[in-house]
Design a protein around this ligand. Structure first.
Ligand SMILES: Nc1ncnc2c1ncn2[C@@H]1O[C@H](COP(=O)(O)OP(=O)(O)OP(=O)(O)O)[C@@H](O)[C@H]1O
Ligand SMILES: [Mg+2]
Length: 266
C-alpha cells in the first residue's frame, strides 16, 4: 500500500531505457541507459550535446519509437504505442499549409474521429491564450515562425493531454521572440496545470524554465546529472538577474563543457 502511494504522483517513470538504431552501416546506440521520473505538474528540461539522443528519448516517451531494453510507465501503465494523453510538439511547427489556423488546431480532433464542432470554442480560447485571437482564418504562410509555433502549441493543447513533450520548440526563433515564448509557455503551463518535458540546447532557457534539469552525456546518452532549479515562481525577466540563476547556468555550462571536451578528446 505504501509503495503504491509513493508512486501515486509519478506521471512518467523511465527505467534503464536503451535504444539503438539499425542502419546499413550497422547499429547505432543512441541511448545507453536512462532512468528518471517526472512528477505530475512538473516542468522538466532535458539538455545535452547535439546528437546525443534527446529527440530519440522524447519519441520513445511519446510511444512513437520502440526501444531495446527498460520500461516506461505512464500513470503506472507500460507504454507500448502512442497515448492520447500525451501531446508532442516537434522542432518544426509542421502545420498543414492548405488548412487555416483553426483547421490546423482541429486536425488531431478530426484524426481521432471526434466531433470538431465541440472543440471549436476550446480552439478559440487557446488562440486567445497564445495571443493569436483573430487569426483563426489565416493560413500558415501568412504567419511568422513564432506564430506558427504557437499554433502548433494550440494544436497539441486542444485535446487536453496531461503531458506535453516539447522538442526544442523555440530553437528556430530569434532571441527576443524566444524570450517572449518562454514567458507565454510558463503562463500556459501555470494556467493549464500540465506536466512538461522540454528539450533544449540553450542552458539559459533550461535554467529559466525548469523545476529540474536532466543533463545528458554525449552519445550514447546516459544521465550526467539531475539538478533541481530552486528559483521562485512565477518566473519573470528579473529572475535572470538573480545570483542563484547565474549559479545554475554556470553549473550547467560546466557540465556541458565537460561533455564537449570529452567529445573533442575522443
Ligand atoms: N532514424 C534514425 N536512424 C538511424 N540513426 C538515427 C535515427 N534517428 C537518429 N539517429 C541517430 O541517433 C543519434 C541521436 O539522434 P537524436 O536526433 O536523438 O539526437 P539529438 O540529441 O536530438 O540531436 P540534436 O541536438 O542535434 O537535435 C544520432 O547519432 C543520430 O544520427
Ligand atoms: Mg533533436
Amino acid at each position: 500500500m505504501e509503495a503504491q502511494n509513493a508512486n501515486r504522483d509519478k506521471l512518467i517513470v523511465l527505467k534503464n531505457i536503451r535504444k539503438s538504431y539499425e542502419s546499413k552501416e550497422g547499429s547505432i546506440l543512441a541511448i545507453e541507459d536512462i532512468t528518471f521520473e517526472v512528477e505530475e505538474g512538473d516542468f522538466v528540461v532535458i539538455v545535452g550535446p547535439s546528437g546525443c539522443g534527446k529527440s530519440t528519448l522524447l519519441k520513445v516517451v511519446a510511444g512513437l519509437l520502440s526501444f531495446d531494453r527498460g520500461s516506461i510507465k505512464f500513470r503506472g501503465k507500460e507504454i507500448s504505442g502512442p497515448v492520447r494523453d500525451i501531446g508532442m510538439i516537434f522542432q518544426e511547427p509542421a502545420l498543414l499549409r492548405w488548412k487555416t489556423v483553426i483547421g490546423n488546431i482541429l486536425a488531431p480532433i478530426e484524426l481521432m474521429g471526434m466531433n470538431k464542432k465541440e472543440y471549436e470554442q476550446k480552439a478559440k480560447e487557446l488562440l486567445k491564450l497564445t495571443n493569436l485571437g483573430g487569426f483563426e482564418n489565416k493560413y500558415p504562410s501568412e504567419l511568422s515562425g513564432g506564430m506558427q509555433q504557437r499554433v502548433s502549441i494550440c494544436r497539441s493543447l486542444v485535446y487536453d493531454p496531461s503531458l506535453l513533450l516539447m522538442d526544442e520548440p523555440f530553437g528556430a526563433l530569434d532571441a527576443m521572440t524566444r524570450e517572449k515564448m518562454n514567458l507565454e509557455l510558463l503562463e500556459i503551463w501555470r494556467e493549464s496545470k500540465k506536466t512538461i518535458l522540454f528539450v533544449t540546447h540553450s542552458i539559459p532557457e533550461a535554467a529559466f524554465m525548469a523545476d529540474s534539469v536532466v543533463a545528458l552525456t554525449d552519445r550514447p546518452s546516459r544521465i550526467n546529472e539531475k539538478i533541481t532549479i530552486d528559483l521562485e515562481r512565477p518566473r519573470t525577466l528579473t529572475t535572470k538577474t538573480e545570483n542563484k540563476y547565474d549559479e545554475y547556468t554556470e553549473k550547467l555550462y560546466q557540465l556541458m563543457r565537460g561533455e564537449f571536451e570529452t567529445e573533442v578528446a575522443g
